[in-house]
Design a protein around this ligand. Structure first.
Ligand code: SF4
Length: 247
């Protein structure tokens, strides 16, 4: 049993395995009170599509993005474009300077290039902990993972207990969608696309840690491109093994 639903998780997984994304999102919205559920988006195509579907069902749903402090200017401009498009608020979670400042003082602003441990520590302080604070009062969060994004995400379920966040429910309504299907959804809905996609990016994160990919490369190959042998993850969705060693 999940800690937040009365239904066995396996039963929910069977029920929603191939369900339309809006059906999954509607179930979350009807199942959990507004203050106990949240859409989390990094403002990539998947999260934007999910936020659009969720706003269509509950216009007051809580939608949150994390501003790490190192986002590309294009992402900040895109956030404003989406606010204008929907006429809705999008909450912004930020790192806690009491945690981040000592790290910067000790290691410098671009320490992530120096070692995997320092990169993961930066992700921990700028992304993971802000998300933890967002989810502290939630029973369920909706995110935009897709199986075809990378080998590491090949088995992403539509619903699962999130061991990283006290066993709350994590829901990925687009788990079985392709990148093209997500873009087509946004196009059909007249929703602007993040401008960096037009410049060869297939995954978009912090400015110093993301670049465009070459044809045929993995969707997430442009993330932390200088690293080898480590999952292209920040710790929010699956904690890379080395993170444990960073304290
Ligand atoms: Fe830090 Fe780069 Fe991770 Fe952003 S993606 S939090 S800049 S290491």
């Amino acid at each position: 049993m999940t800690s937040v639903t009365t239904e066995p998780i396996a039963e929910l997984q069977r029920r929603f395995a191939d369900a339309p994304a809006t059906e999954v999102i509607r179930w979350v919205i009807e199942r959990f009170p507004r203050e106990r559920r949240v859409v989390v988006t990094s403002l990539q195509a998947e999260g934007t599509a999910i936020a659009d579907m969720a706003f269509g069902i509950d216009p007051a749903i809580r939608v949150v993005t994390i501003d790490t402090g190192r986002l590309p200017e294009e992402t900040l401009e895109y956030l404003d474009a989406l606010r204008r498009h929907w006429g809705r608020e999008i909450e912004v979670a930020v790192p806690d300077p009491r945690e981040l400042d000592p790290f910067l003082t000790r290691n410098g602003a671009n320490a992530f290039y120096n070692s995997v441990q320092l990169r993961l520590r930066c992700c921990e302080l700028r992304k993971v902990r802000p998300l933890n604070r967002v989810l502290a009062g939630a029973d369920c969060w909706i995110s935009g993972l897709r199986r075809s994004q990378s080998e590491h995400r090949a088995d992403v379920p539509v619903l699962a207990e999130d061991a990283e966040h006290n066993g709350i429910l994590q829901v990925n309504p687009l788990a079985h969608w392709s990148a093209d299907e997500v873009r087509a959804y946004l196009t059909d809905r007249g929703i602007p696309l993040h401008p960096l996609y037009a410049r060869g990016y297939t995954s978009i994160g912090c400015a110093p840690c993301t670049r465009a990919v070459q044809p045929g490369e993995d969707e997430r190959a442009g993330r932390w491109w200088w690293e080898t042998g480590v999952a292209k993850e920040c710790g929010i969705h699956g904690r890379p093994a080395l993170l444990e060693a960073t304290g």
